[in-house]
Write a protein that binds this ligand. Structure first.
Ligand code: IPE
Ligand code: IPE
Ligand code: MG
Length: 254
């Protein structure tokens, strides 16, 4: 590794990693299996990834489980995905709670089947005391919908006389479903697609993006390690100047 890389690489690994878990359907189709098998294997990959994340220094994981646009899939696939939430919370909540994980579900509660909304509320309440690791599951989530909801909250507060003056970034950010979570350092998308698909639009502002060809059901510690290594080679400048530009050696040479 060159001196330049050392000077500009992020000192530490990402604290907050967000994952667009894509490719379950293709994983199954390539094996001649129904898509639901890919989704089930995807849950296994999620378990592996949650387990591995703290070893890389990650304190917060945000995963995209179901988008506001995923309702347009065939009813049986939507129902399979809802079923997986029921079984994941049912089988994993105790263990997550015991290992210090706080679970938070991002996205609109309204529009979810009643029993899922109740399961999600209960899971959040049951883990609310934990602070070792934050697991955010985006479910019935869309970045645009989340921004609309944040704006609506502000408007409601203004109408109730609880907010006045000009809107700041902090005001809007406080109304997003991710409010209070650490800044997103790294967004990873699997399956080779290179788009955000309405994930974390506001939060992505200065996140590093990594696209991996692996299909989500094959994900785990090794792939997460690769993504984190790629992050480690990035220069995060936040619109400022490259530190090398100001380095004495550059000035002397110029
Ligand atoms: C990601 O896998 C999971 C969800 C969107 C719920 P996909 O189901 O999108 O898999 P592909 O993209 O069709 O392979
Ligand atoms: C994004 O994946 C949503 C999730 C991973 C939950 P999609 O598979 O729905 O996105 P597009 O349709 O390829 O953009
Ligand atoms: Mg997909």
């Amino acid at each position: 590794m060159s001196v330049e890389t050392v000077a500009t690489a992020p000192e530490k690994g990402p604290r907050h990693v967000a994952l667009i878990m894509d490719g379950n359907g293709r994983w199954a189709e390539r094996r001649g299996l129904p898509r639901v098998v890919g989704h089930r294997e995807g849950v296994q990959a999620l378990r592996r990834t949650i387990k591995a994340a703290p070893d890389f220094g990650v304190r917060c994981l945000t995963v995209f489980g179901f988008s506001t646009e995923n309702w347009s899939r065939p009813a049986d696939e939507v129902s399979d995905l809802m079923g997986l939430v029921r079984s994941f919370v049912g089988s994993d909540l105790k263990r997550l709670e015991a290992s210090g994980v706080r679970l938070r579900v991002l996205g609109r509660r309204k529009g979810l089947p009643g029993d899922i909304a109740a399961i999600v509320d209960r899971a959040e309440a049951q883990t609310a005391h934990n602070d070792r690791f934050l697991l955010q599951v985006a479910f019935n989530y869309g970045g645009r919908a989340d921004l609309v909801d944040a704006a609506q909250r502000l408007l409601d507060r203004a109408r109730a006389g609880l907010f006045e003056g000009d809107v700041t970034e902090d005001d809007l950010g406080a109304g997003l479903s991710t409010a209070g979570a650490p800044p997103v350092d790294l967004i990873v998308r699997t399956s080779g697609e290179q788009r955000l698909s309405n994930f974390l639009l506001w939060e992505a502002a200065y996140a590093e993006l990594v696209f991996q060809d692996i299909l989500w059901p094959d994900y785990g510690a090794e792939a997460l390690g690769e993504a984190i290594a790629l992050y480690g080679n990035r220069e995060r400048r936040y619109g400022g100047r490259d530190v090398l530009t100001d380095a004495p050696v550059v000035k002397a040479a110029g």
